[in-house]
Design a protein around this ligand. Structure first.
Ligand code: CMC
Length: 437
């Protein structure tokens, strides 16, 4: 369905200064809160709306992901994240994101085949890597390498051509594991491993991360299964900062490789995808259970910039459903790997218990989010801390691409161009250099 305007549903805004009133239609989606259509607001009133951080603003219509933050519900194309994580592989979820329906067997085989045959990078991308310092953060390398793809794949840059869009989408989803794994290989000075066509998406990524040309490497099926689930949990999350960045970049007509590079840059921050790395660093800094109280106190102190990383969310005012699955997966992985004692997990669980019983966190409805447990699993899987956020970027590329395609196909799409409340100097006379104080 399209967002619908309902005849008798309107909102009237009154300017108490002039006494004038204006009426705006309300639009209803298939579920979730109604929105007020204020597209004519400026033309009617000569005023803008003011909403820093977009806490009350819907920027687009979308059919991909739905979140009910109060109930802790996450649906992709109508399917609950719990069911997708339990029953699908990542490729099926990627197909669902892109096409709106889960694939049948033939569609799944074809999609996996098509992705597989786009996993290699242009050979010259190799030399692109050597321009980076070895100690560059893999997210820095990913921003650069993904942005550079537009210089290599000129045959998929026409955003108005559906076939170009499709090839670019497949290329990005298929090549991003290669790009991420190579960023890691480069950082430790090992040779790049080429993708293998006989492996699934998650398995192939682990192969490119850990295999070397010197000996056979068998991907541990437990780790491959866990990685697949983690990728599903991160695949999309409606109009978050990085997705909105991708849409905003794309609204100007920029090519998809450039848009995804912008999304990676936005994801990197610690308030967003960078939180998984920050959680692990925080747990290490806490160091032992007896120090938890001290850190919780700091998180509550208005004069301290410290926050409990992996806690809180703009939309969820309940337990993030992804965190619940992540926590369960974390325990399963540790059991399957025979890891009995994990000091960081013990600290995390105790921190969660203390925070969830604390008035500050209860009142502000701050619950663990997806990043709270993911770092502990990644660490148990032997993934270095600096690769945590690249893994998030790898998984989220699917969501970004699905959202980018949806935007391009949307007839309502316009260049994103917010306005502002200007509080700077008004017009003043130019002062020549020699006369300035
Ligand atoms: N620790 C302590 N206090 C917090 C925390 C936290 N983690 N998160 C929010 N608060 C407080 C905040 O100080 C504010 O208090 P007050 O109303 O007294 O000023 C109140 O809760 C509301 O916070 P906000 O910053 O206005 O909320 P927001 O919706 O703008 O921010 C957030 C959401 C996720 C950026 C924030 O909760 C945060 O910084 N969390 C830690 C970083 C993190 O875990 N990020 C991952 C998010 S989930 C995955 C993803 O999106 O990538």
């Amino acid at each position: 369905m399209k967002g619908m305007t309902v005849a008798n549903k309107t909102v009237t805004i009154t300017d108490n200064e002039s006494g004038k009133s204006w009426t705006y239609p309300k639009m209803s989606g298939s579920t979730g809160p109604d929105v007020v259509d204020i597209r004519k607001f400026y033309a009617d009133t000569g005023m803008f709306t003011f909403d820093p951080g977009f806490t009350s603003t819907g920027s687009c219509e979308s059919k991909i992901t739905y979140i009910d933050g109060d109930k802790g519900v996450l649906l992709h194309r109508g399917y609950a994240i719990e069911e997708l994580a339990e029953n699908c592989n990542f490729e099926e979820v990627a197909y669902l994101m892109l096409n709106g329906e889960l694939p049948n067997e033939a569609q799944k085989d074809k999609f996996e085949h098509d992705l597989t045959y786009h996993t290699m990078l242009h050979e010259q991308v190799h030399s692109f890597y050597s321009g980076f310092r070895r100690d560059a953060h893999p997210m820095a390398v990913m921003c650069g390498a993904v942005g550079a793809l537009s210089a290599f794949y000129h045959d998929s840059l026409d955003i108005n051509n559906p076939e170009h869009r499709k090839i670019a989408s497949y290329r990005l989803i298929a090549k991003i594991p290669t790009i991420a794994a190579w960023a890691f290989k480069y950082s430790i000075g090992q040779p790049f491993m080429y993708p293998r066509n006989d492996l699934g998406y998650a398995e192939n990524f682990l192969h490119m991360m850990y295999a070397t040309p010197c000996e056979d490497y068998q991907v541990n099926p437990i780790l491959a299964k866990a990685m697949d689930r983690i990728l599903i949990l991160h695949a999309d999350h409606e109009q978050n900062a990085s997705t909105s960045t991708v849409r905003l970049a794309g609204s100007s007509g920029a090519n998809p490789f450039a848009c995804i590079a912008a999304g990676i840059a936005s994801l990197w921050g610690p308030a967003h995808g960078g939180a998984n790395e920050a959680v692990l660093n925080m747990l290490k800094e806490i160091g032992s259970k007896d120090k938890i109280g001290e850190f919780v106190k700091r998180a509550k102190d208005k004069n301290d910039t410290f926050r409990l990383m992996g806690f809180g969310h703009r939309v969820y005012k309940n337990y993030d459903p992804r965190a619940r699955i992540m926590s369960r997966t974390c325990h399963e992985v540790l059991v399957e790997l025979g890891i009995k004692d994990n000091a960081l997990l013990d600290i995390a669980m105790e921190l969660e218990r203390i925070a969830l019983e604390d008035d500050y966190f209860i009142q502000k409805k701050l619950y663990p989010n997806v990043d709270f447990y993911s770092g502990i699993i990644f660490q148990a899987m032997g993934i270095p801390v600096t690769m945590f956020t690249p893994l998030f970027a790898l998984a989220r590329t699917t969501g970004w691409i699905a959202q980018w395609n949806e935007m391009i196909e949307d007839p309502q799409n316009k260049i994103g161009r917010p306005r502002q409340l200007y509080t700077g100097q008004t017009v003043r006379k130019y002062v020549p250099l020699k006369k300035r104080k």
